[in-house]
Design a protein around this ligand. Structure first.
Ligand SMILES: Cc1cc2nc3c(=O)[nH]c(=O)nc-3n(C[C@H](O)[C@H](O)[C@H](O)COP(=O)(O)OP(=O)(O)OC[C@H]3O[C@@H](n4cnc5c(N)ncnc54)[C@H](O)[C@@H]3O)c2cc1C
Length: 610
């Protein structure tokens, strides 16, 4: 209850107009006839208005009405249906993900708009985002027939979409899935049979059709992830003229009763209970060795969803933060430690409350910097003609995606708790918005691959990409920045800490490599989560200081009387806070990993019972 959509567009304007070279994206062929940098403010303000006036009022229905499963049917709050159609019909929905659509926004700009919508009602957004991601898979990998059947209606929002990986016995270990696909006489069409669970938007009463993107194993294909294929499985069968011809034997058999995001229908789905479920394979059938293309294809949607997950975590954390700021200005309690006999003051004056607020602000800006740098790279990768730029962007995207997913979601859980702390007892009460935000953000560390899976991706795969050269270049860029700016008049100390952090990070890598070479393999998964956090703190520290350099220049030009001084002052202090208080976690991580404590491995399993 008590949603309160408080947000600011200022940091996005800084990111898009003063920090990242968004002009470079907007001058690419895909965008140059439609947008210029001068349009940015207007687009952001429009999106903000939609978020505040159209999306935010639906938020309370997450808890008041919720998604429901009754008499075999799933219903969502009626306000969600109106919001779904409003967003799709006004260009804020799946249509923007259609690369071929005239006038679509680049990701770096569209996602800023999406952040306000996620802040306004994060539980609603997967109805749009999953549909857009599924449409992208159909567009990328479907043959002409599949595209003809589904693509346009998915991008317009007329048909929704889902991603169906998880099964009761195959969660993190998706390679163990049991859903089967049997070839039929019709080329490309398979009979699907199996059960999927935890499917977001698996059923709802918003759209007449839902196209499920289902991972399944063609009969006889290889075990494990290698043998998996991907299928477009509509809830309702459709003919070539676009008419719905009947049911496709896809049933929702129940929904989860969750801790948060209660308006989002999380469904158990049965495919082919009556052996009548048809699925269209995307790409090629398994090759002669039984290798399918499904897992690699699904990664397109998963990588997008991982970034969206981190971004939604950030958006909800920011709402909690802005509410905490408003509350701490209003709430009067206690007197300054330096003047105990004075009048009582707003709690924002107290040192520890300011610490909590700056901790939230610095992390929020750090996460936002990482996310938007990554969406910028995404646009370069997809639209730039420059081979060298594309190569660099692809590498950064690979490394940064697991960081966005896991770091932002882990932090969201901690930071919304900090926001609650700012509210004192009122934070724990349902009359204020923080309790619901805390409940909502927990999901982000779990879905789209738990955060451990992201850490494994980082240390097990991204560190090794291109024989380690990709990651080495990623590190060298941070080091280069700190060295080039070592003598900065105001940020010299921060540059020095960053430089030392890069050295420590290399030592972390060497220490883990040493354990591996000595045959001590479990040390890698044992420390992977800490390493992901250290990696995120390193890149976030660099990006914040990069922003602080720009902000400091502005302060020098404008002086402290300028109306925008507070914003730039905030940027410099957020960077200082982060580098002095958060980046040193990297030194501690190195110390811990070098120490190499193995109590986690040594403890007797029976000891956990006590
Ligand atoms: C609200 C919600 C919505 C969801 N939406 C979707 C959806 O739309 N589509 C979909 O396909 N799925 C969806 N999921 C499923 C989600 O992706 C899985 O819950 C998640 O991947 C984890 O799988 P699991 O629940 O089986 O946990 P498990 O795999 O059983 O993991 C439990 C714990 O063990 C750890 N663990 C597992 N294996 C290892 C290992 N090898 N080494 C170390 N640690 C390990 C995990 O990190 C985790 O901490 C959703 C889940 C929820 C709760």
């Amino acid at each position: 209850m008590a949603s309160n959509f408080l947000y600011s567009t200022r940091d996005h304007k800084f990111i898009l107009k003063e920090w990242l070279e968004v002009g470079k994206i907007l001058s690419l062929d895909a965008y140059k006839d439609y947008y210029s940098v001068d349009d940015i403010d207007n687009i952001l303000e429009q999106a903000f208005k939609v978020a505040k006036e159209v999306a935010a009022p639906t938020r309370d229905d997450n808890e008041a009405i919720q998604a429901r499963f009754e008499n075999g049917k799933v219903t969502v709050p009626p306000s969600f249906k109106e919001l779904y159609w409003f967003l799709n019909e006004n260009g804020w929905g799946a249509s923007n993900e259609d690369d071929e659509a005239e006038g679509h926004l680049p990701q770096v700009l569209f996602r800023a708009c999406g952040e306000y919508l996620a802040g306004a009602n994060a539980a609603f957004m997967p109805y749009i985002l999953a549909s857009a991601g599924a449409a992208g898979l159909v567009a990328s990998f479907g043959d002409e027939r599949v595209k003809g059947l589904f693509k346009e209606k998915m991008f317009s929002g007329e048909y929704a979409g889902t991603m169906c990986l998880t099964e009761p016995n195959a969660g993190s270990d998706v390679g163990d899935l049991l859903t089967k696909a049997y070839p039929t006489d019709e080329k490309g069409v398979y009979r699907i049979k199996g059960t999927k669970c935890f499917i977001t938007g698996g059923e709802q009463d918003i759209t007449e059709n839902i196209v499920h993107l289902v991972l399944a194993r063609v009969e006889g294909a290889k075990p494990g992830t290698k043998g998996i294929s991907l299928f477009a499985v509509p809830k309702m069968r459709v003919d070539e003229t676009g008419n719905i011809t009947g049911s496709n034997d896809v049933q929702c058999v129940g929904i989860e009763h969750k801790m948060g995001i209660k308006g989002s229908a999380t469904c158990v789905m049965s495919f082919g209970e009556n052996n009548e479920c048809q699925g269209y394979i995307l790409g090629n059938p398994p090759d002669e060795e039984g290798r399918g293309e499904g897992m690699a294809q699904m990664f397109q949607m998963m990588n997008g969803a991982r970034a969206e997950t981190g971004h939604a975590a950030l958006a909800e954390t920011a709402v909690a933060y802005y509410n905490a700021v408003a509350y701490t200005v209003e709430r009067v309690q206690g007197r300054p430690i330096t003047n105990p006999k004075s009048e009582r003051v707003s709690i924002i004056k107290h040192e520890d409350v300011r610490r909590m607020l700056l901790d939230m602000k610095a992390h929020i800006e750090a996460m936002r910097a990482l996310i938007f740098k990554t969406y910028f790279d995404f646009d370069i990768l997809h639209s730039s003609p420059d081979e060298e730029d594309i190569k660099k962007a692809k590498a950064a995207l690979e490394v940064n995606t697991p960081l966005i997913k896991a770091y932002c979601s882990d932090k969201a859980w901690e930071l919304t708790a900090e926001a609650m702390q700012c509210f004192g007892g009122n934070g724990y009460s349902e009359e204020y918005p923080i309790a619901e935000l805390c409940r909502d953000v927990k999901i982000y560390s779990i879905w789209e691959g738990t955060n451990f899976i992201q850490s494994l991706d980082l240390v097990g795969r991204k560190w090794m990409m291109g024989k380690g050269k990709v990651f080495a270049a990623w590190l060298a860029e941070i080091e280069g920045f700190a060295s080039d700016n070592a003598a900065h008049a105001v940020l010299e100390k921060e540059m020095a800490i960053l430089k030392r952090a890069v050295d420590a990070y290399r030592e972390i890598q060497n220490t883990i490599a040493g354990y591996a070479m000595g045959g001590n393999i479990p040390m890698m998964p044992l420390y992977a989560t800490r390493i992901l956090h250290a990696t995120s703190e390193l890149i976030c520290g660099k990006l914040l200081v990069e922003q602080a350099v720009i902000a400091q220049k502005k302060i020098d030009e404008l002086g402290s009387d300028h109306y925008d001084y507070a914003f730039y002052n905030g940027k410099v202090n957020a960077a200082r806070y982060y580098v002095h208080n958060i980046v040193p976690n990297i030194f501690r991580t190195l110390e811990v990993i070098k120490d190499g404590d193995t109590s986690v491995l040594d403890i007797d399993e029976g000891a956990f019972q006590y």
